[in-house]
Design a protein around this ligand. Structure first.
Ligand code: AMP
Ligand code: MG
Length: 317
């Protein structure tokens, strides 16, 4: 266990680093362009940008160990948003295509400090489409990624040459591999090894039923897998996106929650809406902005992609 002093990032040194190390200037410039480009592609495809929900009595239960962020307000328990997944399922009933530049707080455990991929406060562009399939989501996100890379190479050739000179613009359609075939080829460490072996981003599909949360849709024809996916970056940079088609039928949601021992109480308000039959079929995903920046610049850690980054196990302003 670390002492709290050694966890503390020296603020004066941090500010000096911002001023003398060009990496922060370069990475934030690229990140600003990423946000502009993804917004442009989604806007042109008719998506409506909504404002983020940052606190709510319901949020993503997540599928991995982390600390909770609960606080009480006039007798009601709230959490800081871990993802807007359940809110997206409602918001997409109001506008058929939506996205949110969504800050997420996930109090990741300190073993993630050196993963290079984790912050405990990060931003994802979270999108959702009504009556859509995962193929529809692939189409939108492939366009967004390709456009962003083309634009950044055109606008900031010197930065790309300095950090990631062999960055290739991927071609549509991105390849798809099932988790089953990746496991057969690479064994348990399939995500890392498949990423290291790849030269372009690829979709990893058909994630086993119990490996994801209740809101990702079970394939009605192959009940041991979900109609969901991750996008994996090449060159060892691993996960870029997670998403899927969604469960929307009350009985099915209950069944899926039971399978994962999800406590119903925390999702009471969401379940009421589902029981009323108000939810409809949708599909969507979230792309981590810091991770996209990290890959484009081939950086060792996402903490270099933003100012005041919050690295698991460390304290910073
Ligand atoms: P999820 O749906 O939980 O996979 O989150 C959506 C996306 O957000 C992921 O695919 C990552 O790109 C990004 N993301 C998730 N957790 C973190 C984290 N702790 N730090 C940085 N980015 C993250
Ligand atoms: Mg994920």
């Amino acid at each position: 266990m670390m002492h709290s002093e050694s966890r503390k990032v020296d603020t004066v040194e941090l500010v000096k680093d911002y001023l003398k190390n060009p990496i922060f200037r370069d990475a934030t410039l690229i990140q600003s362009e990423i946000l502009k480009c993804i917004r442009k592609v989604l806007d042109e495809k008719g998506f409506v940008e909504l404002l983020p929900v940052t606190v709510s009595p319901i949020t993503d239960p997540l599928n991995h160990p982390h600390f909770e962020t609960e606080f009480e307000y006039y007798g009601q328990k709230y959490s800081i948003t871990k993802s807007m997944i359940l809110h997206k399922q409602v918001a997409v009933l109001v506008h058929k295509k939506i996205y949110i530049v969504s800050p997420n707080v996930r109090l990741e455990t300190e073993d993630k400090m050196e993963s290079g991929r984790h912050l405990f406060d990060f931003v994802q562009i979270d999108m959702e489409m009504l009556n859509a399939s995962r193929e529809d989501v692939f189409e939108v996100m492939e366009d967004a990624i390709i456009y962003t890379i083309e634009k950044i190479k055109e606008k900031y050739p010197d930065i790309i040459k300095k950090y990631h000179p062999d960055l290739k613009t991927p071609k549509k359609p991105f390849k798809r591999y099932t988790v089953k075939e990746l496991k057969e080829k690479y064994g348990d460490n399939y995500e890392k090894l498949a990423s290291l072996n790849a030269t372009e981003p690829f979709w990893m599909i058909d994630i086993p039923l119990l490996e994801r949360e209740f809101y990702d849709k079970q394939d009605p024809n192959r009940p041991d897998v979900l109609l969901d996916f991750d996008l994996i970056y090449p060159e060892g940079f691993e996960e870029a996106i997670s998403g899927g088609e969604r469960e929307h039928e009350y009985e099915q949601i209950l069944k899926r929650m039971k399978l994962k021992n999800t406590p119903f109480e925390q999702f009471e308000e969401y379940l009421k809406v589902a029981k009323e039959g108000l939810l409809e079929h949708s599909a969507g995903c979230g792309i981590g902005i810091e991770r996209f920046t990290r890959w484009l610049l081939a950086l060792d850690h996402v903490e270099k992609t933003r100012l005041f980054a919050k690295t698991p196990g460390k304290h910073s302003i």
